[in-house]
Design a protein around this ligand. Structure first.
Ligand code: NAP
Length: 293
């Protein structure tokens, strides 16, 4: 069994980006700039946004964090998005999700200039992705593709089963694995909470991508020998094994499946770090204005 090491791979990618930033700096006198909007002070969102800002600093990007209170109106948030859309010094913009319930997330996503949408969530970028046109791919699915590519996991002609159909992971992942591309060219089955006989389907997977948010849901009886498993899930559970009293678990029971699979991503240290690396990659592309010219 080979561990798909997202921590190491993401560090390699960050190093490559750092070198490209240096060359953009010296040739164009420009520094890629990511702006992030954080509404409220939800603990998990704070952690994610701080990790993104720190990663920007590590590769030499400029970053701006706009903090807005929990009770900010939708109109005020949209006006903030508009300001950043029109700021020529800023290349990429992300709005940390989830937003408070009084704000329409899709309206905010659609308000972001697709050229600056480095999360790749704007409907026009999702459409470009589906048509196999150059665009910003959503960061988590892009990170998974990059891991498969860098570890030379064969995908062509394989049966890929995806568990979960969220807009940010499962759905785009199923589209990307089915595209005529490398990695890609899979026969894809997308499953969700209404899927019947899930185990019968997962047992036929050559590549199993799990993104449902239920700790240790996938067990060895659900997989076939030699499967490649990508575990996207991150659930924080109480634990007596750690100093902090908390532990992060994936959607896959790692200890139970590890002897049966050919490749697997660990949690933590698998898909998570790759997501941040791909956000940086998208921001670099935005600064080079390679798309939408
Ligand atoms: P989500 O929006 O909560 O969606 C969960 C999906 O799983 C839904 O499509 C749901 O089906 C499906 N599902 C739920 N129970 C199921 C079951 N018993 N059998 C089959 N399908 C089932 O999920 P998400 O945002 O994609 O996140 C999933 C997990 O990935 C979470 O743990 C999240 O924290 C993690 N995540 C990690 C990263 C990273 O960078 N590592 C990034 C994003 C998310 P329905 O559509 O029918 O409800």
């Amino acid at each position: 069994m080979i561990i798909l090491d997202g921590k190491k791979t993401s560090n390699d990618i960050k190093e490559e980006i750092t070198n490209q930033v240096k060359s953009i700096n010296s040739s164009l006198g420009k520094t890629p700039h990511l702006s992030a909007i954080l509404v409220g002070n939800d603990g998990a969102s704070e952690t994610y946004i701080n990790a993104k800002v720190k990663a920007c600093e590590k590769v030499g990007f400029a970053s701006t964090l706009v903090r807005l209170p929990d009770n900010v109106s939708e109109e005020e948030l949209l006006s903030e998005v508009d300001k950043i859309n029109n700021n020529q010094d800023i290349d990429g913009l992300i709005v940390q999700l989830p937003l408070p319930s009084h704000i329409d997330e899709m309206k905010v996503t659609e308000a972001i200039d697709p050229k600056k949408d480095v999360d790749g969530f704007h409907p026009s970028n999702i459409g470009r992705m589906a048509l196999n046109l150059a665009t910003y791919l959503p960061a988590t699915p892009a990170g998974i593709l990059e891991l498969l590519k860098r570890y030379n996991v064969e995908t062509s002609g394989k049966h890929c089963v995806v568990i979960g159909r969220s807009h940010i992971v499962g759905s785009p992942m199923s589209v990307l694995m089915a595209r005529n591309s490398d990695p890609g060219n899979c026969t894809v089955t997308l499953t969700h909470s209404r899927t019947q006989n899930l185990k019968d389907i997962t047992r036929t997977a050559d590549i199993l991508i799990v993104a449902l948010g239920k700790a240790e849901f996938v067990t060895s009886d659900m997989i076939k020998e030699g499967v490649c498993i990508i575990d996207v899930g991150i659930t924080r559970v109480k634990s007596e094994k750690t100093k902090s009293g908390w532990q992060l678990l994936g959607d896959v029971n790692f200890e139970d499946v590890k002897e049966k699979c050919s490749y697997i991503t660990p949690v933590p240290g698998g898909v998570g770090p790759m997501t941040i690396a791909m956000l940086l990659q998208n921001t670099l592309l935005a600064s080079k204005k390679e798309f939408f010219s």
